[in-house]
Design a protein around this ligand. Structure first.
Ligand code: GDP
Ligand code: IMO
Ligand code: MG
Length: 423
């Protein structure tokens, strides 16, 4: 059963959208398996630039089935407006389906997200899309699922109950209460439009796998934002790692063939939380400007730093990454020397293991190895042989340090700025 998974191996924004679009040339079905519209996946085709939040990044390949899986939390109003926007730009969205088991995000989750972030507790720096509260409702067993988009009366009753319950909380903590009927009208409008797309996608995906079709699971966020393996509590609320594809898409572990790990040639992070290799100097600013490191969802400037091999080795181990796609190599083009973090110094001791302890991560001093830069333009490279020796050495070192092999190198945002390698 040819099922591949693609995940981010850092703190998100590694270039997953671009890689999904590239790999989908040879794929029949793409499945998003977790997260929600906190994701911002950019795909550039010719002069057109698209940022996808819930719609799988396979949507630009005609005939590819694009499934919003059961592990996703989907805001129906946001999803419908994303589909409308794509339709307006001439993208065929007729193959986008939603699992009937997908949990839904509503306005009260978004307000709750804001309330949580503005209270006295830990500020995570969330995207404000209601992700955490929606997953909390799923686990609390009070969530509303996409299957209810096909039954307006049941949907309305469940929405009214939940919205009133949340309004009581908002009242207690001084937040504005929601107008239940006005919000319900927006939800029912989106439900009517989305209902024909709601299916039992678990059967669709398993039938496709059995028929030998190529299936690609699209991860959102990154391994270090995983609820179990990330820098808790500064994480998102889902399993972003490859194991999440089985639960979030309904396929058995034996069906998995390859796990693609998308890895940026340096590191970025948006929101709060520890980031041992973060740069606060001109070099960090240079990476931000050259890499256009501004959030695809919220527009926030991304924090930038050196490639962190300790964190990414942990990520590759947990994900079982056997194929790396290194992105944004071109962003390093004009640096004299490039650092790689090969260990953390914590309490005077050097470790190459990624600590679970927040205190250790926050105090970790990166142990840096320096490599010479290549000081030339790689954005026009179209094969391994086009790369300068120093860039080849850098890629080999990345692969060695994370204990995996590089199969794709990306030197720009466009489809053609991508090539296969074997290192
Ligand atoms: P995702 O969330 O992992 O899909 O990544 P984002 O779309 O949030 O951020 C990646 C950004 O880098 C986007 O603006 C892409 O167009 C861009 N990008 C992807 N690959 C490359 C590359 O190899 N070089 C450069 N310069 N930009 C890239
Ligand atoms: P893609 O798929 C980068 C971060 C937020 C915040 C934390 C929790 O584009 O890589 P949430 O709204 O999920 O509760 O926020 O996770 N975050 C991302 N950072 N890329 C993303 O998605 C992200 N999705 C969430 O900034 O720190
Ligand atoms: Mg992104």
């Amino acid at each position: 059963m040819p099922v591949d998974i693609l995940v981010g191996t850092q703190w998100g924004d590694e270039g997953k959208g671009k890689l999904i679009d590239v790999l989908t040339r040879d794929v029949d079905v793409v499945v998003r398996f977790q997260g929600g519209n906190n994701a911002g996946h950019t795909v550039e085709i010719g002069d057109e630039r698209y940022v996808l939040h819930l719609v799988p990044s396979g949507v630009f390949r005609p005939g590819v089935k694009c499934i919003v899986g059961n592990g996703v939390v989907a805001d129906p109003v946001a999803l419908q407006s994303e589909l409308d926007e794509l339709d307006k730009r001439g993208v065929d969205t007729s193959n986008v389906l939603i699992s009937n088991r997908t949990q839904l995000i509503f306005c009260y989750h978004r307000v709750m997200d804001r309330v949580n972030e503005s209270g006295t507790g830990v500020k995570i720096g969330t995207t404000g899309r209601g992700i955490g509260p929606a997953y909390a409702d799923k686990m609390r067993r009070t969530g509303i699922r996409a299957i209810d988009l096909t039954a307006p009366e049941r949907l309305a009753a469940a929405f009214r109950t939940e919205c009133k319950k949340y309004n009581a909380i908002f009242k207690r903590c001084g937040a504005d209460e929601l107008d239940v009927e006005a919000e319900l009208a927006k939800v029912l409008d989106a439900a009517k439009k989305l209902a024909p797309r709601v299916r039992d996608t678990v059967y669709i995906v398993n039938a496709a796998a059995k028929a030998g079709k190529n299936i690609l699971f699209e991860g959102a966020q990154g391994a270090l934002l995983d609820i179990d393996h990330g820098t808790y509590p500064f994480v998102t609320s889902s399993n972003t790692t490859s194991g999440g594809a089985c639960t979030g898409g309904g396929v058995p572990p034996q069906s998995i063939r390859n796990v693609w790990g998308v890895i940026k040639a340096y590191t970025t992070r948006v929101g709060e939380g520890p980031f041992p290799t973060e740069l606060f100097d001109d070099c960090g600013e240079k990476l931000r400007q050259r890499g256009r490191e501004f959030g695809a969802t919220t527009g926030r400037p991304r924090r930038c730093g050196w490639f962190d091999a300790v964190a990414s080795r942990y990520a590759c181990m947990v994900n079982g990454v056997n194929k790396l796609a290194v992105t944004k190599l071109d962003v390093l083009d004009d640096l004299d020397k490039i650092a790689i973090c090969v260990g953390y110094e914590v309490d005077g001791k050097v470790t190459d293991e990624f600590p679970a302890s927040l205190a250790e991560l926050e105090s970790a001093k990166p142990v840096l190895d320096y490599m010479p830069g290549w000081k030339c333009d790689t954005s026009k490279a179209r094969s391994w042989n086009d790369l300068p020796d120093a860039a080849k050495a850098y890629l080999k070192r990345m692969a060695e340090l994370v204990d995996s092999s590089v199969a794709i190198v990306s030197v720009g945002p466009r489809r053609d700025q991508t090539f296969g390698v074997e290192i």
